[in-house]
Design a protein around this ligand. Structure first.
Ligand code: ATP
Ligand code: MG
Length: 331
């Protein structure tokens, strides 16, 4: 089936069965990732970024979660597919790297075996051929002595190297889409920089699109063409990366930009948006950000649910006051 977007999520909602009843932790989310581009998904802890990406991967626990809406990967609807079909898509069309590489690698198997497993499953390679290819992939992600290191176990690698191993496994079958869930958060800044550079190189080489999940707007600026800002289970702004930084339309996006530390500022205090993302059962039915918003008007912002509307520059925003506010970006 021909497609322009490797990922099209529309009206995606995820409900979890919890001790306190059913909680809708992802609510009517829409995200599009055009082929070959990098799209950011940003938001504070608990906003629903990982749950959204696990829904795309078909990795949510089926017993306690329920998905509605549509997720199209390379033009194919995946909501409702069985585990067999999903596991054919995972690794081949879409793959993922996680925040904690050590937890995603199996300590009982060599890294070469784990990368080779993906190749044996999807490309039917023999054990020997898969091991040789795994060593080539390790070399591609910058592991020295790749042939020898393919026979090493994850505990013999640093955190940054484990993340490279994960990336090698994720890229093994040349997927069209890579989901990177905070892939550099656990790394120190120099290793983080290297990892981001490597991802960009691989993107160009393999023409893979990336859905980049992060809470770091510096990483968004460096990596992303477009960005979706998520708050309390909803996308509240969707725009180009330049659009977000120059002309944010949602007060939450403005707050995130303001919170970027400025090393040249004399004011050493870190700025933060007051308060925290409430738990899903405490999300207001009106604008979910209104209790933390400095622009909130009683009777307006806390009165009705707010839907996304188009902005003049081709993005979307979920704020009833966005047309009248003059928010500050970096420009
Ligand atoms: N298995 C689960 N059962 C119940 N609730 C869950 C489950 N997994 C996640 N949640 C809830 O869903 C909400 C969104 O979580 P999610 O992990 O997607 O946030 P996030 O945006 O990725 O945050 P972080 O930046 O901390 O990674 C949270 O309130 C979380 O507690
Ligand atoms: Mg997360």
């Amino acid at each position: 089936m021909p497609y322009d977007n490797v990922l099209e999520i529309s009206d995606l909602s995820v409900d979890f069965v919890t001790d306190r009843g059913v909680a809708r932790v992802v609510d009517n989310v829409g995200i599009t990732v055009p082929a070959g581009t990098t799209v950011g998904l940003v938001g504070e802890s608990g906003s629903g970024k990982t749950v959204t990406s696990l829904a795309v991967m078909g990795l949510l626990p089926t017993k306690v979660s329920h998905i509605t809406g549509s997720i199209r990967i390379c033009g194919r609807e995946v909501v409702g597919l069985g585990e067999d079909e999903l596991s054919n898509i995972r690794g081949a069309d879409v793959s993922m790297v996680f925040q904690e590489p050590r937890r995603s690698l199996n300590p009982a198997f060599t890294v070469g075996h784990q990368i080779g497993e993906v190749l044996r499953r999807h490309e039917g390679l023999s054990k020997k051929a898969a091991h040789i290819r795994a060593a080539e992939l390790l070399e591609m992600v910058g592991i020295d002595n790749a042939k020898r290191r393919a026979s090493a176990y994850p505990h013999e690698f640093s955190g940054g190297m484990c993340q490279r191993v994960m990336l090698a496994a994720a890229m093994a079958c040349k997927p069209r889409l890579l989901i990177a869930d905070e892939p550099t958060t656990a790394l120190d800044v120099t290793v983080q920089k290297e990892m981001l550079r490597l991802m960009k190189e691989l993107q160009q080489e393999f023409d893979v699109a990336i859905l980049f999940i992060t809470h770091d707007l510096g990483v968004v600026a460096q990596m992303c063409d477009q960005v979706n800002v998520m708050y309390a289970g909803q996308v509240v702004e969707s725009t180009t990366t330049d659009g977000l930084f120059d002309d944010p339309r949602h007060p939450y996006a403005e707050g995130l930009i303001e919170a970027i530390p400025d090393p040249y500022s004399k004011d050493r205090k870190l700025k933060a948006i007051a308060g925290a993302v409430p738990a899903p059962w405490d999300w207001p039915t009106s604008c979910r950000f209104n209790q933390r918003c400095r622009y909130a008007v009683p009777g307006v912002c806390d009165a009705h649910p707010v839907s996304l509307h188009a902005t003049p520059d081709g993005g979307t925003v979920r704020c009833v006051r966005s047309d009248e506010l003059e928010l500050r970006g970096l420009a």
